[in-house]
Design a protein around this ligand. Structure first.
Ligand code: SAM
Ligand code: SF4
Length: 347
């Protein structure tokens, strides 16, 4: 039976609640659908038909919607993503604008790491708290095959730059693909442990632009954990809360903050966490999505450009979240992959 949404304690009408009692406090903001890599599980080598510039939100429009989310809707955490968020020219200004809001949201970025060596310090100064860097291989040759670009060294430098700038804990996101890089799981974990980074493996999801995802070929959370057996992982007794990653302790290792080292597995497909989801999403062209796998969107850009007030934008955002489904249903035979690929939603 539908649950009556809580009103919450924010100004002007309540938080982003859905019919199942979940409240979204974590906003994923996509800053662009463009990217300087071409990861095979994300987009084709030739790229995609990018969003026309005039459809993309301006920096001021992004800033306004973030302010509405924080001040009127109770959002406390923001993750910038894309596409590749570091190629957005106004990135530093957008981060600084969000950092000036009260209550100040916690902010992180998900990036492929290219350019992070140079930008880590300025991002930290602008108010960014943390970073997740995507890295699927330790081999420069395989990196080039997987991303169609010869930029492996830049990613490693980006990781080091993030740690040096204090964007910690620095997390690494890894997607394993059968017969391609799944043999690298132990080496990637060892690399992360040696550098004080926190590694999280992500199950591959049906969000590639090419629609080539195959459930049978996917490397499951169970398979990932089995390949890490030599580390003698110990289940973590810290509650996962709304975090997507289940974590394990790695005996004998400490992280950069001298805490017990951990490794995470995000089993989006085989161990879905939809019941605890606290996310809402804003695309680079100003559409609210209540789920990564939603097939519908709410057009805040149109409302904004037609002169809607902050209160009206907040009301539309709340209505969008009320329609959130209980789960993504990837394992359901009737599952439909969303029209937008991951790079245009914001991963
Ligand atoms: N370009 C940035 C990056 O790669 O970190 C941010 C956007 S990317 C879409 C965000 C995350 O989604 C990355 O960690 C990437 O590996 C992951 N990702 C992309 N396509 C995926 C898929 N089909 N299944 C699972 N994860 C995917
Ligand atoms: Fe670009 Fe990130 Fe997609 Fe790779 S996963 S192509 S880096 S958006």
């Amino acid at each position: 039976m539908p649950v009556v949404p809580p009103r919450g304690s924010v100004r002007g009408g309540g938080v982003l609640a859905d019919r199942f009692g979940r409240v979204a406090t974590d906003l994923r903001v996509s800053l662009t659908d463009r990217c300087n890599l071409r990861c095979t599980y994300c987009m084709p080598e030739e790229g995609l038909a990018w969003m026309p510039r005039e459809q993309q939100l301006t920096d001021d429009e992004v800033g306004r919607l973030i302010r509405v989310a924080v001040e009127l809707l109770g959002v406390t955490q923001i993750r910038f993503t894309g596409g590749e968020p570091m190629i957005r020219r106004g990135l530093l200004g957008i981060v600084a604008g969000a950092a000036a809001l009260r209550p100040r949201p916690r902010m992180s970025i998900t990036t492929n790491g290219i350019g992070l060596e140079r930008l880590a310090g300025p991002l930290r100064e602008a108010g960014l708290d943390r970073v997740n860097v995507s890295l699927d291989t330790l081999s420069p040759t395989r990196f080039k095959e997987l991303t169609h670009r010869d930029r492996h060294a830049d990613v490693l430098k980006g990781l080091a730059g993030a740690a040096e700038a204090g964007l910690t804990p620095v997390k690494i996101n890894t997607v394993l693909m059968r017969g391609i890089n799944d043999g690298e799981a132990p080496a990637l974990l060892q690399f992360a442990l040696d550098h004080g980074y926190q590694l999280r493996f992500i199950e591959q999801m049906p969000l590639d632009a090419q629609h080539q995802w195959d459930r049978q070929e996917m490397v499951t959370a169970d398979a990932i954990l089995a390949s890490l057996a030599p580390f003698g992982l110990v289940p973590d007794n810290v509650s996962r809360g709304t975090a997507p990653a289940e974590t394990w302790l790695v005996p004998g290792y400490r992280d950069a903050a001298d805490q017990p080292a951990r490794v995470g597995v995000i089993g989006s497909v085989t161990r879905p966490f939809c019941g605890d989801c606290d996310r809402t999403r804003l695309t680079a062209d100003g559409q609210v999505r209540n789920c990564l796998f939603a097939t519908g969107e709410t057009d805040l850009r149109g409302l904004m450009r037609d002169g809607s007030s902050d209160t009206e934008l907040a009301d539309a955002w709340r209505a969008a979240m009320l329609g959130k489904k209980a789960g993504h249903g990837i394992d359901d035979p009737s599952f439909l992959q969303p029209d937008r690929p991951m790079s245009a939603i914001g991963g």
